[in-house]
Design a protein around this ligand. Structure first.
Ligand code: GTP
Ligand code: MG
Length: 500
């Protein structure tokens, strides 16, 4: 017993601290509900609390009067009870108390509020329906709401004296009621059929016995019940604090997804689906791009190879080059009289022969095959453009005397092998220059092709963006839920939560 009192006091302390924090956050409804429960706990012997609720004129007040064999509670054909009233069930040593509540009238919010407050104080809920409105939508909805709360729940069908046997056997009526509850997914601990006047089907005494037995509930179980109620209240209070942020996040999700997740598990499943989709679309885009890049690089290499393999200095050309470069030797002289002038003339003539041959070769064996190949490849590719073909005239090289003269290494002129090396130098210089032109042109085209590729992928890009936005909205929502859960955990662990 001493241990029980200690545990109770510890629990009261614990939840009082939480209650203060909740009140400090500006929430009076939940802190009020918690204070009511805590006040009961600090009383000597906390009673089991049974709340009677239902639509107005169901007979709640009459039923409690009958159960307690008093006539303390006012009854009447019009909405009568306006405040929660407490009546102790006789013969229970104050261990069972019954709460009478105002009829739940859908037009009066304060009545609904009173019912919800009673719900939070109660260990057991009793939904009272009058015989004629057993299957009223409002009754079934209330029962469903209480089922969802996870409360112990009784369903009382009152005024069964109104049952007329010739219309329907009573057992059929009972079956009907049970089926209606089943259809609605409602789970009740028991159904009692009662009347405050006489009826062969009246189970008023059974209901009283059931309620009286609640007084025997052991303290331990009772304390657990109260703790669960308080914990539920903490959760709901925190949920209330986060409601605005959560709703905003949910609205954002709904805008992106066109529907709302049922819970965080569904949101997580959606998030993972969107992330996978985002990744797959991105990979698809990258793979498609990679393919075009590879195709372009392949062509670039092929074109460079055309340049490399071009034969622009066969034997005759090389010979002309050799003769030209030999005419540049310091000891080269033509004639005796006017030797200087004649030598110059001979040098120029040899240069011209070399240049003419070389330029023809460059045209016929390098530039023309190269541009033909490019034109053919561009036409065959699905990303090349016709206007590029016009650009091909930019690949153009005519060498002049100055060009070949600058490549002469005068120090090497005396060597007999040098002329052949010289022609090789000219050839590689020509190929380098043509390659440079090719590269300039191709780089420009390929940059444009890249831009075109991504512009053409707008639809895919839009899908990627959508998946990204959806994932972001779900992440936001889940992060609000996670914050809410952290706050609850911190509170229940006795810490002061850090709220943003
Ligand atoms: N025939 C019959 N009438 C009943 C029975 N129980 C209550 N009544 C009548 O039904 C009317 C409403 O009864 P109340 O007990 O005031 O009902 P309530 O659910 O408390 O109503 P509110 O407090 O207004 O929500 C009264 O006129 C009662 O006399 C019953 O078992 N049989
Ligand atoms: Mg009443």
């Amino acid at each position: 017993m001493r241990a029980m009192i200690k545990r109770t006091n510890e629990m009261v302390d614990h939840f009082q601290r939480i209650e203060k924090w909740i009140a400090g956050q500006g929430d009076s409804i939940y802190s009020g509900r918690m204070r009511e429960i805590l006040a009961q706990l600090t009383a000597d012997s906390p009673a089991m609390t049974v709340a009677f609720c239902g639509l107005f004129s169901a007979g709640k007040s009459s039923l409690i009067n009958a159960l307690c064999q008093v006539d303390d509670l006012a009854t009447g054909a019009v909405p009568t009870t306006s405040d929660v009233a407490v009546v102790v069930l006789p013969a229970t040593q104050d261990r069972v108390q019954l709460l009478d509540t105002p009829g739940v009238d859908s037009t009066d919010e304060t009545h609904r509020e009173a019912t919800m407050n009673a719900l939070h104080r109660a260990d057991v809920m009793v939904l009272v329906a009058d015989y004629q409105h057993v299957e009223a939508e409002e009754n079934l909805e209330l029962l469903r709401a209480f089922t969802d709360e996870g409360k112990r729940l009784l369903f009382v069908v009152n005024q069964v004296d109104k049952h007329l046997d010739f219309e329907l056997p009573f057992v059929s009526f009972q079956t009907h009621v049970e089926e209606a509850l089943d259809d609605y997914g409602i789970v009740v601990e028991r159904i009692f059929y009662t009347s405050t006047t006489s009826s062969p089907y009246n189970q008023l005494d059974d209901l009283r016995a059931w309620l009286t037995a609640l007084g025997d509930t052991d303290e331990e179980a009772r304390l657990e019940q109260v703790k669960k109620r308080l914990t539920d209240l903490v959760r709901e209070a925190v949920a209330g604090q986060y409601a605005k942020r959560r709703d905003e996040a949910l609205d954002a999700v709904a805008r992106e997804m066109e529907q709302r997740p049922l819970d965080t598990a569904e949101a997580r499943a959606w998030l993972s689906a969107e992330e996978t989709r985002h990744q797959q679309l991105n990979e698809q885009l990258q793979a498609a791009y990679q393919k075009t890049v590879e195709a372009r690089n392949e062509l670039r290499e092929r074109w460079i190879r055309v340049v490399e393999l071009a034969q622009i200095a066969p034997y005759e050309t090389t010979e002309k080059g050799r003769l030209y470069v030999e005419s540049l030797r310091p000891d080269f002289k033509v004639g005796v009289l006017f030797a200087a002038k004649k030598t110059k003339v001979e040098q120029t003539a040899r240069a011209e022969r070399f240049l003419q041959d070389l330029n023809e070769r460059i045209d016929n064996y390098l530039v023309t095959p190269l541009t033909n190949q490019i034109a053919q490849d561009v036409r065959q590719s699905d990303w090349g453009k016709d206007e590029w073909l016009g650009d091909l005239s930019q690949i153009q090289l005519t060498v002049d005397e100055d060009y070949v003269h600058r490549l002469v290494k005068s120090g090497a002129l005396v060597s007999s092998q040098y002329p052949y090396q010289y022609v090789k130098d000219v050839v590689s210089r020509v190929k380098r220059d043509v390659s440079a032109q090719l590269t300039m042109l191709v780089d420009g085209w390929f940059a444009a092709a890249k831009a075109d590729f991504f512009a053409a992928q707008q639809e895919l890009q839009a899908q990627i963006d959508t998946a990204h936005r959806r994932a972001r909205s779900l992440e936001m929502y889940l992060s609000v839920c996670a914050d809410e859960q952290t706050t609850i955990d911190q509170l229940l662990a006795g810490e002061v939560p850090v709220t943003s």
